[in-house]
Design a protein around this ligand. Structure first.
Ligand SMILES: Nc1ncnc2c1ncn2[C@@H]1O[C@H](COP(=O)(O)OP(=O)(O)OP(=O)(O)O)[C@@H](O)[C@H]1O
Ligand SMILES: [Mg+2]
Length: 746
């Protein structure tokens, strides 16, 4: 029971990265106050030498006084700063040789009884401002980080009264289609999408229709015109949209992403800042009210257009239960790579070819896999994917099967949660089945496990919760102004102080998660860089969980700080170019991270063209790498088998040696190694322990249950083969069944 409760129930676990924001005083780093250099001690000349013991006594008395504490508080000095200042002030008072004359005289007067101890207050506050410079400019800082009126950040958009059209409706209802029709017929337009693949799709569609359109993503500028002059139409990822270029029509897709804890700020910026006569928003009706509310600050009204789903979506009454029930047109959706690899292996063992799509695959590989799955003449008719397919690719899916309904997420407080997927996510993913225009005129959806089916039914019967807040993010200019006021604070610290002092209208807005930014800022803190360059480096969209990418990020920053060009040759040496075809899953995962490093290079090359001169060559390198990864993914079962052999043959040391050679973390290795029956528990347990979700005591109890359950549950879960012959037999039968079913559907 215990095992079931922990692993199967829709539990909610919160891992706190950041508990609650610490108070400002604990974020600011005290500065050391240098004693003044003076040739002779004027104070002593005038009033005689001071006795340290008497000074200690009077300062201690001063520190205890309630009146002094409350006066300090009025000057922005809280308990923490009060104490830190006291320690520093006492140190400098005891260094009597270097005391400022006025302080020397005042101390002497207090000791002689000719003046009250409270006379020290102005000196104490003067000292506090030296130790904590933010006290001097608190009002300025608060003003800079006043984010209550973000609409005012975009004067060019505010010079227009834009016509805003909200296309709402369920998935597959033609929202984007109708907005794009307006985009294609306009004299100039910008499409803002959530993913590179969606922006590319619009780029190709537009140019195919004879409407010249450029593609702009963080890593790519693709001009429709040969002479590289900009076209009137642009398809871009939402972060890249210009808030200075005027357009007739702007389309902002998946507008409900305004609520995204990490990227929401980009939709808010596009919504408030895009300079267009007509702004078309596409997305869930749940975003309507918040958009209306935001647009009251711009005095713009919205016109609502509602659409109905173009094909039927049926929730099946039975779950899949076993992979032998898989049929052509099925897409098994998993929320982690382990399950993807595991399921692929099992399905291919039945003689059924799979297409595989997950987030960290390069775009070319994703497209190649999608193409293979979509091609009616290709034998591959089953897709195993993460929710990376939730937005974007057009796939000929007949049925979506949720392998599980639990997905790890990071909420707006930077906390990692293991929770049931939201209604919005369930609808988005389920909505991939039976896309209009494919040969599946009805979409079907179900779960793998029967116990998940009621939850899925419930999720799909609900409407996504209305959005209450949308994301915001400090701009480079705001951080730069902070740096001007607090020149000694490092970037990560500046951002913390910014967030702590910022005022946000929390009835409508929230501050997006800045943990990734801070992580990168801390990593390159020791590298000497100008603030603007440092800020740009820290905005790089990299996955900080991949050690190889992080180490290359640091190398890029170092090379840049030395003002040395990051040439193709240099890059090749760093990453160990060229690579052979991947042989194990580790190789494949490593190639994926190398692809991300090249993406990082290209991303930086648009920001620092001089020192990243070889973007064209790197792009070619990336194409080659994409092909290698495609080859690897096409033979995923072979890679899985090779990985397993290596792991089972080798000892822990061998695995670790390979891991360090590949510059991968152990967790990555574990992630990439398929989990098979009994060993599942050991590795899963280790992972749960390392993630703090399981205690050793609990593990002990669980082990006892596992022993019992392994025997009992094995035959009911995915088909587990005991002997080779048995497996071959099952493989043949299933493959035949599959072919028959495929023919009968045709
Ligand atoms: N009126 C139409 N004529 C022809 N094709 C259409 C029409 N409406 C939609 N489609 C096609 O149907 C498919 C689904 O439409 P679309 O992508 O606009 O849906 P959506 O509501 O934006 O879905 P999602 O919420 O998943 O983004 C697309 O391939 C689109 O080209
Ligand atoms: Mg759409």
């Amino acid at each position: 029971m215990l095992l079931k409760t922990i692993l199967r129930s829709p539990f909610k676990q919160i891992v706190r990265f950041k508990k609650t924001a610490p108070p400002l005083s604990q974020l600011v780093v005290p500065l050391a106050v240098k004693p003044r250099s003076q040739d002779f001690n004027v104070g002593a000349e005038l009033t005689g030498k001071l006795d340290s013991e008497q000074i200690m006594k009077l300062l201690s008395k001063f520190y205890q006084r309630r009146e002094i504490k409350s006066a300090a508080f009025e000057n922005g000095i809280d308990n923490h700063i009060y104490h830190q200042t006291y320690l520093s002030f006492r140190r400098s008072c005891l260094d009597a040789e270097k005391l400022p004359v006025d302080l020397h005289i005042t101390l002497s007067d207090i000791i002689s009884g000719s003046c009250h101890i409270d006379t020290l207050l102005p000196f104490f506050i003067r000292h506090a401002k030296q130790v904590f410079p933010h006290l001097e400019c608190l009002d300025d800082l608060k003003k800079i980080s006043d984010l209550r009126l973000p609409a005012n950040w975009y004067p060019e958009a505010r010079a227009l009264t834009r016509k805003v059209v909200f296309h709402s409706g369920p998935t597959n209802s033609g929202k984007t289609y109708h907005a794009l029709e307006r985009f294609f017929s306009s004299k100039s337009g910008v499409y803002c999408g959530p993913l590179k693949l969606l922006a590319s799709e619009v780029f190709f569609k537009s140019n195919d229709r004879g409407v010249s359109c450029d593609l702009i993503t963080g890593e790519e500028r693709n001009f429709a015109n040969e002479n590289k002059s900009p076209s009137n139409h642009v398809a871009c990822t939402v972060e890249m949209v210009s808030v200075n270029t005027p357009y007739e029509v702007a389309v902002i897709d998946e507008i409900q992403m305004l609520k995204d804890p990490n990227r929401g700020w980009a939709w808010t910026r596009a919504l408030l800042g895009v300079v267009a006569e007509e702004v078309h928003l596409c997305g869930e009706a749940a975003a309507i009210d918040v958009v209306k509310e935001i647009l009251t600050s711009t005095s713009e009204e919205i016109e609502l257009r509602h659409y109905k789903r173009l094909t039927e979506l049926v929730i099946e009454d039975t779950s899949l239960e076993t992979l032998s029930n898989i049929r052509p047109g099925d897409c098994l959706v998993c929320f982690n790579k382990q399950d993807i690899f595991w399921a692929t292996r099992q399905i291919e063992a039945m003689g059924i070819e799979c297409a595989v799509i997950y987030g960290s695959l390069p775009p070319g590989t994703k497209l190649a896999q999608a193409k293979k799955f979509n091609d009616p003449n290709h034998p591959c008719k089953v897709l195993v994917a993460t929710d990376a397919i939730g937005m974007g690719l057009n796939l000929n899916i007949g049925r979506v099967i949720f392998n599980s309904l639990i997905k790890p997420t990071v909420n707006e407080k930077g906390e990692k949660e293991m929770d049931n997927i939201t209604t919005s996510q369930a609808l988005q993913i389920a909505g991939r089945a039976g896309r209009y225009g494919t040969h599946f005129s009805t979409g079907y959806v179900t779960t793998f496990k029967s116990e998940d089916l009621p939850t899925l039914k419930k999720l799909l019967s609900q409407h996504p919760e209305p959005l209450s807040q949308v994301g915001l993010h400090p701009t480079a200019e705001q951080i730069e102004l902070y740096a001007y006021h607090l020149p000694h604070a490092n970037l990560s610290n500046l951002v913390d102080i910014f967030v702590s002092l910022s005022t946000v209208d929390d009835s409508l807005y929230f501050m997006c998660n800045i943990n990734d930014f801070k992580f990168l800022a801390d990593m390159i803190q020791h590298v000497p860089l100008p603030l603007r360059a440092r800020y740009v480096f820290c905005c790089a969209p990299i996955n900080r969980k991949v050690p190889f990418v992080c180490s290359m990020f640091l190398k890029f920053a170092r090379q840049y700080s030395r003002n040395e060009a990051l040439t193709f040759d240099w890059l090749g040496r760093q990453i160990g170019w060229p690579f052979p075809c991947p042989n194990t899953l580790l190789d494949l995962v490593h190639l994926e991270s190398v692809f991300d490093v090249l993406d990082l290079y290209l991303w930086l090359s648009y920001r620092f063209q001089d020192l990243f001169p070889d973007s064209a060559l790197v792009r070619d390198m990336q194409k080659e790498l994409d092909c290698l990864i495609q080859t690897g993914v096409a033979q995923i079962t072979r890679l899985l088998v090779n990985s397993e052999t290596k792991v089972s043959r080798g000892t822990r040391q061998a695995v670790e040696a390979e891991e360090s050679q590949n510059n991968l973390g152990l967790s990555k290795l574990r992630q990439s190694v398929p989990i098979e029956n009994t060993s599942t528990h050991g590795r899963l347990a280790e992972r749960l322990m390392s993630e703090g979700l399981l205690t050793p005591k609990l593990l002990d109890e669980l082990r006892k249950e596992w022993q019992f359950q392994i025997e009992r549950e094995r035959p009911q879960s995915y088909p587990a083969y005991t002997t080779k012959d048995n497996m071959k037999q099952s493989k043949r039968t299933r493959s035949e069944m599959f072919k028959t079913r495929k023919l009968s559907r045709k």
